[in-house]
Design a protein around this ligand. Structure first.
Ligand SMILES: Cc1cc2nc3c(=O)[nH]c(=O)nc-3n(C[C@H](O)[C@H](O)[C@H](O)COP(=O)(O)OP(=O)(O)OC[C@H]3O[C@@H](n4cnc5c(N)ncnc54)[C@H](O)[C@@H]3O)c2cc1C
Length: 727
């Protein structure tokens, strides 16, 4: 049966690929449909979810405590762990999953957001005639198609451009990319194509023109990684898995096997991180899916075991959307130091990053200034000199730790296989390690197959190919129009809700509060420039959000898109969460503090603010200093030597601009380095110097002062005789 399936898949794949290469798109499409039908067949075998809505966290914890023995207990709520829980529960196994922090708080929310086969791995497979690498790419391409199918609201194909700077690269890359299409077969998203230099610049006008010969465009998938992870967790919960976030495994339970007399892992001691309460969860089989913490849990089982996971860290930065075209990414497989560089449009912003470097494992990886600057320098090489790449345009940054499986023969992380391993210890602990986001489903299938075999569990084959994730089943590309028509939401907000919650977007819309305006009727935004609305905070709690950090980073993605906007949204988010979760004032203060620290250290706010404080030297031309001093004194009308919010308010009122006091405080606070509630002349000059060097951008005070000054200068003074007053 499995063999027949494999043969059928290969024939279909081969036919589709041939059709794609020959340009017979109808045939390719027809073949693709047949594969999709196979998906649906598999998914149809799964019974309906047992819960209409995922049970509350409290209800899940009660199930964890009261179940005498689960078939499977998964440790880790990243993509891999949640994938294992969904695979197990849909095979009919009694399943539990515990996550120490929030679902997807680890590597799975910090990825490049690509759903890909790995063009580079295919290149390696061919150059080194490595069949393992080839199989890995093939499998990933199958998984890519499946993921786009089962969560269409959270994922989409993305065209990616490879710029070509030397003529000989053109046939070389073209053959490589065509092979990529060919290996994908019927799972090929869209056929790749070559662009002349002028066409490449039409698509990517900000690209550096010099030496550009042309470009090749190929397709991979892109997704909202944390939301995808959450969709897997919620789907598992709806099928009946007892899942709990903020539940840490502190030790493994063992009992003696009556047949062999050996100690077997029989569950785990769990600690509710939010309350400190500890209790045991018993299970026939325990699965370690803890990503970079793989070896920590393996050592709980056997303290002398040798490490199998070699972590490596990758940093990403987020820049404004204008750095890349709205729907075309760019990838260069060979940078100045041999690493890969990419910049990709994501959620109307641009993500830039590069391949990883070895690191130590930590819960809270921090992006370094050095890494941020390395990426900025690389980005500069690709963009036209008309586009000034400024440090101040880095809106957010993060570091993610890749759980690579160590190859003892290699010293270089780049050559370590991205493939996964399923390891079964002497005492029956099953570890799933390595792999990548794209292949989480097949990794989970392999893991549960191993668990079923090793622990004699009664379960059928995997059912997750074609199984819709939460929100995917009734989503359609036009769903957002109904949200606009039925609820009176802004079109941008409706599109965002449909792309985040899929068919569950209606539930969020129902919770949306009235704006009091003629249009939009409902949907109060959390911050003006992002389509996140207050109702999402209320809905996020139903999706197991427990902290303000959960809300800004994984329910909404504000922290990943713009740290400053996330900080501004925080007080309102904490207020709304506090109302739902009965937080008192000190709990609200604690949440604010923790979330601010998270933004400061983990999301690049530190690096951003240090652009003003650490490099405090003022390097301006004397003529600029004179100009800025004049501007400063126009605001500091009574020559105090500093500007307060009263000064700013007075000038803004004189040009008919209204602003509430909170906003004025925020604006001043961004520049008030010594936090004494006022901006002194040297602080202002420091700001202008940082702006000139491109280290700071988007300073509201600087832009307001410049605009107000221009407006003030333009206003013709009213002669005394027409002013209806005077002496
Ligand atoms: C920078 C970067 C970019 C990447 N880009 C891509 C990409 O574009 N496409 C792609 O396919 N792959 C990509 N990957 C790889 C992919 O992100 C990872 O392979 C995947 O997210 C790993 O998921 P995981 O569930 O194994 O690990 P994690 O997401 O880290 O999950 C492990 C979880 O285990 C929990 N845990 C640990 N110890 C305990 C305990 N004692 N008790 C309970 N819970 C515990 C952790 O809190 C954590 O949430 C990228 C990786 C990196 C680093």
């Amino acid at each position: 049966m499995a063999f027949q399936k494999a043969v059928k898949g290969t024939i279909l794949a081969g036919g589709g690929a041939l059709a794609t290469v020959l340009g017979l798109s109808h045939f390719a499409h027809y073949k693709r449909k047949q594969v999709n039908l196979a998906f649906v067949e598999a998914a149809d075998c799964v019974s309906e979810p047992v819960n209409r809505e995922p049970p509350s966290r409290e209800a899940q914890i009660l199930t964890l405590k009261n179940t005498s023995e689960f078939d499977v207990l998964v440790i880790g709520g990243g993509a891999t762990g949640c994938g294992c829980a969904l695979d197990a529960v849909t095979r009919g196994l009694k399943t539990a999953l515990v996550e120490r922090d929030d679902f997807s708080s680890g590597t799975s929310s910090r990825s490049t957001k690509l759903i890909h086969g790995g063009v580079r791995y295919l290149q390696k497979a061919i150059m080194k005639l490595d069949i393992e690498q080839y199989r890995m790419v093939k499998e990933a391409l199958h998984e890519r198609a499946n993921l786009l199918e089962i969560a269409p609201h959270l994922s989409a194909p993305l065209p990616i451009m490879l710029p070509i700077y030397k003529w000989w690269q053109l046939p070389y890359y073209w053959i490589g990319i065509k092979l990529y299409d060919l290996v994908a077969g019927s799972n090929c998203l869209k056929s790749s194509y070559v662009l002349s230099k002028s066409r490449a610049l039409e698509h990517f006008p900000m690209l550096q023109k010099d030496k550009l010969v042309g470009a090749i465009v190929y397709y991979d998938g892109q997704h909202n990684d944390a939301r995808m992870n959450l969709a897997i967790a919620l789907t598992a919960a709806r099928y009946g898995a007892a899942t709990a976030n903020y539940m840490e495994v502190v030790s493994l339970l063992k009992k003696t096997d009556p047949q062999t007399g050996k100690k077997r892992v029989s569950g785990a001691r769990c600690k509710d991180v939010l309350t400190g309460e500890e209790f045991d969860v018993r299970a026939n089989c325990v699965i370690n899916a803890t990503g970079p913490f793989t070896d920590t849990v393996r050592k709980m089982d056997d303290k002398d075991t040798t490490a199998i996971c070699q972590p490596s860290a990758g940093v990403h930065i987020v820049m404004p959307g204008y750095y890349s075209p709205e729907s075309m990414g760019l990838l260069d497989p060979a940078t100045s130091d041999g690493r890969v560089i990419f910049f990709l449009p994501w959620q109307k912003m641009t993500i830039a990053g590069t391949t990883d470097t070895p690191t130590d494992v930590t819960h809270h990886p921090i992006p370094s200034e050095e890494d941020i600057n390395f990426i900025l320098n690389e980005v500069r090489n690709y963009l036209s000199c008309d586009v000034e790449v400024r440090r101040g345009d880095v809106l957010a940054a993060w570091s993610g730790i890749r759980p690579l499986v160590t190859d003892p023969k290699s010293a270089d992380t780049k050559s370590i296989s991205r493939n996964h391993v399923v390891d079964i210890s002497e005492s029956g602990l099953i570890t799933i390690a390595g792999g990548k986001w794209t292949t989480y489903r097949s990794m989970a299938e392999d893991t549960i197959n191993a668990a079923v075999k090793a622990h004699n569990l009664k379960a059928g084959p995997s059912r997750t190919v074609g199984l819709f994730l939460q929100g995917g089943k009734d989503w359609s590309p036009t769903l957002y129009i109904r949200l606009v028509q039925d609820y009176g939401l802004e079109s941008e907000v409706a599109q965002h809700l449909a792309a985040t919650y899929g068919d569950k977007a209606f539930e969020v819309a129902k919770m949306a509060s009235v704006t009091g305006k003629r249009w939009p009727i409902v949907g109060v935004r959390l911050v003006s420039e992002f389509p996140y609305i207050e109702a999402e905070v209320k809905y996020g709690i139903k999706e197991y959000a427990c902290t303000a950090v959960d809300m800004i980073s994984r329910r909404t993605r504000l922290a990943f898109l713009n740290v400053q906007a996330a900080e501004e949204a925080l007080p309102r988010i904490v207020e709304l969460m506090g109302r739902e979760l009965n937080w008192d004032d000190s709990k609200k203060e604690e949440e604010l503090e923790t979330a601010r620290k998270f933004l400061y250290y983990e999301m690049g706010y530190k690096s951003r603010s240090e652009q003003l404080t650490d490099r405090s030297e003022i390097s301006l031309l004397p003529s600029d200093i004179d100009r800025y001093k004049k501007r400063f004194h126009k605001f500091d009308a009574d020559q105090k030597g500093f500007i307060t919010i009263v000064d700013v308010q007075r000038v803004l009122e004189s040009i008919n601009v209204q602003m509430d006091e909170n906003t004025l405080h925020e604006i001043l606070n961004e520049v008030d380095l010594n936090k004494n509630g006022q901006v002194e002349l040297n602080e202002f000059l420091q700001l202008m110097s940082a702006i000139q060097k491109g280290r700071v951008s988007g300073s509201r005070l600087a832009i307001l002062m410049k605009t107000a000054e221009e407006n003030l200068d333009r206003r013709v003074p009213i002669p005394v005789d027409r002013s209806c007053g005077g002496l």
